[in-house]
Design a protein around this ligand. Sequence first.
Ligand code: NZQ
Ligand code: ZN
Length: 393
Amino acid sequence: MNNFTFYIPTRFIFGKDEENNVGKYVKAEGGTKVLIHYGGGSAVRSGLLDRVKASLEAEGIGHVELGGVQPNPKSSLVYKGIELCRREGVDFILAVGGGSTIDSAKGIAAGVVYDGDFWDFYQGKWIEKSLPVATILTIAAAGSEGNGDTVVTKEVEGGNLKRDAHGDAIRPKFTILNPALTQTVPPYQTASGITDIMAHLFERYFTNTPEVGTSDRLIEALLMSIIDEAPCVMADPDNYDARANIMWAGMLAHNDTAGVDREQDWSSHNIEHELSALYDCTHGAGLAVVFPAWMKYVYKHDVNRFVQLATRVWKCELNEENPEETALAGIAALQAFWKSIGMPSTIAEVGGKEEDIDYMAHTACWGDVRTGSFGCFVELHEEDVKAIYRLAL
Ligand code: NZQ
Ligand code: ZN
């Protein structure tokens, strides 16, 4: 197991109706003028935004709002948010929505107190300082509600750049998790979120760090819980308890509790981000396409780890004569599971084209701050990335 220091300053407030207390929590954090940041309108239609404003007003907290965050959030709105916060003297950012809204909010929060261009952070600069951020989560997926990460897309000519930035300064001060708020998430988005949560666990599971049995078991437990709960949520979107279990698993999957002790891979996320940047598919759908292809490409690097996953999580029978067959059975079980909740398995299904593969592989490996290769479990270069996209055709 590796050495680590682990810091999680976020207060998690979980349960029904907790969003109505948001004013109290903002006040406790010292916020006096809040930017309420939200997405394309689901928070308006559900009445959530009105309840948030009423709660802030009841505590005498001023607010301005900025909606319109699109899935795969764009840098143009972050610039607008930074300007608005400076003009209005905002001292606290409240994201009401999913990963896209939270990531956009984090970009704004870091940008307001920074002298340069906020995009510097998405080019590798660590975020040291930020306005305080808090979240009311409305979809279980990205895990941004519990971590110090943000992913934003910059619109550039000839193709978009989807890049991430990091720092403890943008970890939310608090996160309100009311599973009932996720009951209105449409089925495809629900399935995309479930897929993303599982992908966050796989990125950690496939490691070369030895002797990490505790976090292996944590990851496996979270995966098994999701595999149990996902069909319930898909069959009955109003199933509060299944939504609750998925929501909590989503946070645990990506706040690093289950991965801080090990080297992590993250190739599939890098490969996927090119798909959602170019075709604007959901991040989860892109992962459902990429991850099994990556697994088929790299499994021989450590067949035993794939066998462990297949037997413990997917309950595949161990073929002692031919463990590779067991490893492949585990990958097939994953693909079948994602298909069963309505996720795609080919690039064509997310609107992609074979002729874009060279461009995507090149940008993934060499675009702006990239240095030609990535991945820790197996290091991948441009030709490998092309081969993985081809396996997903
Ligand atoms: O915009 P609105 O109208 O709110 O609609 C959203 C959006 O269309 C809708 N939605 C959310 N809550 C809803 C709802 N519809 C009805 N009822 C509700 N309660 O769902 C759609 C998707 O929302 P989005 O925020 O894009 O989803 P998600 O949470 O999956 O976030 C995806 C983004 O997060 C990034 C992804 O790359 C992508 O850009 N990620 C962020 C990470 C992080 N910061 O740690 C890690 C992830 O790996 C990921 O890369
Ligand atoms: Zn993800």
